[in-house]
Structures are given as C-alpha cells and as structure tokens.
Design a protein around this ligand. Structure first.
Ligand code: GDP
Length: 197
C-alpha cells in the first residue's frame, strides 16, 4: 500500500470525542523521543504531518489523521517523559487507557521502542497492560539505521527473549528507520492486509 493522501482530522484528549465514523484505526504510541513523529511522517511521505518533538512530552493529545480516505492513523502522546508532573501523568494515563479500552474502531496499536535500548519497564508494563486487556498491538523498533545489522539483530533477539520469558507468543514485530524508510513497506502492507480482510 502507498499512502496517497494523509489529512489531519482532529486533536482531543477525550476518546469519546474522537471521529465517530467507523473507519479502521491504528494507533502509534511510545516513549517521548522514540521517533514516533518521524515514523508517522515517513509512513505518510509527509515532512511534517506529525510534529517532531523539539519539546518532548508536549503533544499530550490524541491526533487523528485520515489516510487514503479509508483508515485513521492515530498519533498518541509520548509517555515516560521525566519532566511531566505526577498529576499530568495521571491525567495522561486516564485518557490513554480510556482510549484503548473504549475505541471500538481501533484495529491495532503499535508500541514504538528504540532498537538501541534494552527493554524498558515502562514499555513492558504498557504492553503487558495491552495484552491483559486483549488489545491487539505490534512492536515497532525505531532508528534501525543507528545500529549495524549484527547489533540490531542481537538487540531484537534479546527483546524477543525478554518477552518470551513471560509471554506465550510474540506480537507482530517491525523494524524501521525513518532516516532510510526501512520498514515502511512492511508496516503499510500489514495494515493494508488487515483492512482488506
Ligand atoms: P517523538 O518524540 O517520538 O515524536 O520523536 P521524533 O520523531 O521527534 O524523533 C526524536 C529524535 O530522534 C529526533 O531528533 C529525530 O530526528 C530522531 N529520529 C527519529 N527517527 C529516527 C530514525 O529512524 N533514525 C535516526 N537516525 N534518527 C531518528
């Protein structure tokens, strides 16, 4: 699938006010600075559809984009930003969990993790929560260009091993780089296949 049109629809912090149409929806989430905005821009071939973060933790909203007039791409706020107050973290958790629990149109979440880092508790806990709530998701490794192929493979394998220590099966896994378009085709193909099924 190629993305031929991508349009901003709306931002809000209330899942019940998200677009009411029944278009399938895919939501991207991850720690601040993981490369989420860059990935969304790469997937959509737009330079600045999602705002890349000069100030991490700033975009605390649920952002809907209409893709090819047929599905929604959702840019969720980055989590785990140290300078966000406790109160803000709570509010954030509340509306993100509300979004994932209540959004009927959601087909899959994508949790982004930086391929250079060891599994982080905050990401593992979030994936665990998605699993426990039966919310489908994939894992997207970002910034693959920052590692040599061997090191990348080692890190991905180590990540999988960590997950398999407590999980029976792995979610779909994608390896991406926004710098050189790695993974664009695989990720869009995955979404396309689900939309067509
Ligand atoms: P967000 O906070 O998750 O939206 O992250 P951004 O997309 O704003 O990216 C955070 C930083 O990582 C920026 O300096 C980006 O240029 C950089 N970055 C994002 N994706 C990649 C990538 O695939 N490769 C490299 N080398 N840098 C990246």
């Amino acid at each position: 699938m190629k993305i031929t049109s991508a349009k901003f629809v709306m931002s809000n912090s209330d899942a019940s006010k998200c677009p009411s149409s029944n278009l399938p929806e895919y939501a991207f989430i991850g720690r601040s600075n993981v490369g989420k905005s860059s990935l969304i821009n790469m997937l959509t071939n737009k330079k600045s559809l999602a705002k890349t973060s000069g100030r991490p933790g700033k975009t605390q909203l649920i952002n809907h984009f209409l893709i090819n007039e047929t599905w929604h791409l959702v840019d969720l706020p980055g989590y785990g930003y140290a300078r966000v107050s406790k109160k803000d973290k709570k509010t954030f958790q509340k509306y993100i969990t509300h979004y994932f629990r209540s959004r009927k149109q959601l087909v899959s979440g994508f949790v982004l993790v930086d391929c250079r880092h060891e599994p982080q508790p905050i990401d593992l806990e979030f994936m665990q929560w998605l699993g426990e709530n039966a919310i489908p998701f994939g894992i997207v490794f970002t910034k693959a260009d920052k590692l040599k192929p061997n090191a990348l493979q080692r890190n991905v394998d180590a990540y999988k091993a960590t997950l398999l220590a407590t999980w029976e099966a792995l979610p779909p896994i994608f390896i991406t780089s926004s710098s050189n378009n790695t993974g664009q085709e695989e990720l869009l193909h995955y979404i396309h296949e689900i939309n067509e099924s």
